[in-house]
Design a protein around this ligand. Structure first.
Ligand code: AMP
Ligand code: FE
Ligand code: FE
Ligand code: ZN
Length: 283
């Protein structure tokens, strides 16, 4: 089971249909579709489900912990929630709109420095999906300024010089909204220090009290010591752990199914979900 993957509904490069077919082709039994701040990939993925693959419909929510200055961004995976639950749906719509404002501002900063990229081009790369920095990275590649998405995230580009904060969801509110929508919240890559600041364990303790169900342990952005620390914390708090690829197609080098989750976690997710059910392909 791979419980974290992105499609063209956000910043992946395979369509939802291609993603579910690829999941089966690489031998997965269960795939979670977790696009950033959107459920728009759910229907096309469900329609294309190959025999033998079970789809967990999910999302990865852009969150922030405001308990320190500067505030710290973090990602919350949410599984099997009701996509029409008003509180959560409204927050997702707000965050997607804010991503467009922010993306356009980043493009304006680049243009002010004489860099030949355009907002219309970035929107075309996003192709109706949730806009993110990887789409701006594509414009930088097209303009010949960097050779890869990873290079576009260097400090002199989108990693720092041309990085603007997103308007995210307060992480405590996000856990509550996911639970209210019948979903199962799991903190994505909680120790990914390579990505930037991480929240202290005390925040994770508070989130667990509010309904956080699990922690992503096996992830390419965690060292082996970080994976062990996540497992130990999950054990202390009674949370389950997951392992996931966080596949993004050609925007990253990680393969689909590179990290996986055990069946006992699947059972815990399904047992506590009240929103939508897992879907299994025909046959
Ligand atoms: P945003 O959501 O607009 O803040 O952009 C963050 C997204 O960029 C993440 O979800 C990843 O998909 C991608 N990303 C972040 N860092 C890197 C990197 N070093 N190389 C490639 N993609 C990255
Ligand atoms: Fe992403
Ligand atoms: Fe993430
Ligand atoms: Zn992700």
């Amino acid at each position: 089971m791979d419980l974290h993957a992105h499609s063209t509904a956000s910043d992946g490069t395979l369509t939802p249909a291609e993603l579910v077919r690829t999941a089966r082709a690489v031998g997965l039994d269960v795939l979670a579709l977790t696009d950033h701040d959107t459920t728009s990939g759910w229907e096309p993925a469900a329609r294309a489900l190959p025999p033998g693959l079970t789809l967990i419909r999910g999302a990865e929510l852009s969150c922030r912990w405001y308990g320190t200055e500067p505030s710290i961004p973090l990602h919350l995976l949410a599984y099997l929630f009701d996509p029409d639950a008003p509180g959560l749906a409204a927050e997702l719509a707000r965050v997607r709109a804010a991503r467009e404002v922010r993306g356009e501002r980043i493009v304006a900063l680049l243009r002010a420095d004489g860099i030949d990229v355009s907002w219309s081009e970035v929107l075309a790369y996003a192709d109706g999906g949730t806009v993110g920095r990887p789409h701006i990275a594509q414009a930088l590649i097209r303009a010949g300024l960097v050779a890869s998405t990873a290079e576009a995230f260097a400090p002199q580009w989108l990693g720092e010089r041309y990085r603007l904060p997103k308007d995210d969801i307060d992480v405590f509110r996000a856990v509550e909204l996911v639970r209210q929508a019948g979903g199962v919240p799991v903190l994505a890559h909680p120790r990914a220090t390579r990505r930037g600041l991480i929240v202290p364990d005390t925040v994770i303790v508070e989130l667990a009290a509010l309904g956080l169900a699990g922690l992503e342990a096996d992830h390419e952005d965690h060292s082996s010591a970080e994976r062990a620390a996540v497992r130990a914390l999950a054990g202390r708090l009674g949370l389950f752990v997951t392992g996931s690829s966080d596949f993004h197609g050609t925007h990253k080098t990680v393969r689909l199914g590179a990290y996986t989750t055990g069946v006992e976690t699947y059972e815990r997710i399904v047992a506590s979900a009240r929103g939508v059910a897992p879907l299994t392909g025909p046959g």
